[in-house]
Design a protein around this ligand. Structure first.
Ligand code: ADP
Ligand code: MG
Length: 297
């Protein structure tokens, strides 16, 4: 169990990237969903002990990670959002090198580890090829392999599906799903489907604050009766935007289907829809925008 209590982070330029974040993250896959700039990477780097929060407490099982970052690092696997340099070194040699850095000294043990991981992420056939020549999906699978060195029980993957094509994304998510239920896996993403496909627990982070937390099904249930849909012509969009709280628009066969948020039946040809996680997420973003606009006024 990973626990964050009242974690805030203010960068030296004054940006408050995390604002009093309190979260309990149990074993299994946990989705951290939020738009660009929400603070996801800041949160993940902080948990990975790469930066120290301005205030707050973070505990992983019985480790106080701010007190004893070394203890956390021994149990951590981390795939940063920007993995950075892609060397002209082969996948095999790179992984072997990283295993040395992670403290696997014995040659035999390293061989086992590297070979198992390359098979697990389906890169065995290209193990002798340079990572520099890998596709986005292959790089991310390599990224997972390096994160899994040493059997970590806290795994952090920061926006791993961004930029992957649908097939690569699927393959990558399946790989994550196999990692197991006995470790904590935190997946950050701005893609709602990543979370709904994969995560039994999730939180929505917007502007440094946790806005929602629970299972996708619970959050969807909570939104029941508040999402309404109507098919309109494209030219009517602006009018509807000012009359209703439009949370999403989708083109369908040349028309526009809008979803609006309303606690009561808006009438005017709107029909109740069972909102999905996307509606829940967009409603949360809309509510945050509304509050910010009200504050600015
Ligand atoms: P996300 O990963 O959700 O896109 P980030 O954690 O990268 O969000 O960023 C959160 C906020 O903090 C943004 O406003 C971003 O511009 C700001 N920020 C991130 N890193 C730094 C930094 N090193 N110095 C100053 N501001 C930063
Ligand atoms: Mg990020």
């Amino acid at each position: 169990m990973l626990e964050l209590k009242n974690v805030s982070h203010i960068y030296s330029n004054g940006v408050r990237a995390l604002n009093d974040v309190t979260l309990s993250i149990p074993k299994g896959m946990f989705g951290l969903l939020g738009p660009n700039g929400a603070g996801k990477s800041t949160l993940m780097r902080t948990v990975a002990t790469l930066q120290t929060p301005t205030s707050g407490v973070i505990q992983f099982d019985d480790i106080d990670i701010l007190d004893d970052p070394e203890a956390l690092r021994r149990r951590l696997g981390y795939l940063p959002q920007d993995f950075g340099v892609y060397p002209r070194v082969s996948a095999y040699d790179m992984l072997d090198h990283m295993a040395v850095l992670k403290g696997i000294g014995s040659k035999g043990q390293r061989k086992d580890t590297v070979e198992t991981l390359l098979n697990q992420v389906n890169l065995w056939d290209v193990r002798k090829k340079a990572i520099a020549g890998f596709s986005g999906g292959m790089r991310q699978r390599f990224g997972i392999a390096q994160a899994l060195i040493g059997n970590p029980d806290l795994i952090i993957v920061d926006e791993p599906t961004a930029g992957l094509d649908p097939e690569e994304r699927n393959r990558f998510l399946n790989l994550l799903a196999e990692i197991g239920e006995n470790v904590v896996v935190i997946l950050s993403t701005h893609i709602v489907d990543d979370v709904s496909d994969l995560c039994p627990r999730m939180a929505v982070l917007v502007a440094g604050q946790i806005k929602l937390e629970g299972s996708p099904a619970e959050l969807i249930e909570r939104a029941r009766g508040t999402i309404w849909a109507k098919t309109i012509e494209r030219g009517q969009l602006e009018q509807y935007g000012s009359d209703y709280e439009v949370i999403s628009t989708r083109l369908f066969a040349g028309n526009t289907i809008i979803h609006v948020l309303s606690n009561t039946d808006p009438g005017n040809g709107f029909e109740a829809v069972d909102g999905g996680l996307e509606d829940v997420y967009f409603s949360t973003l809309a509510a945050t925008r509304r509050r910010d606009t009200a504050q600015a006024a």
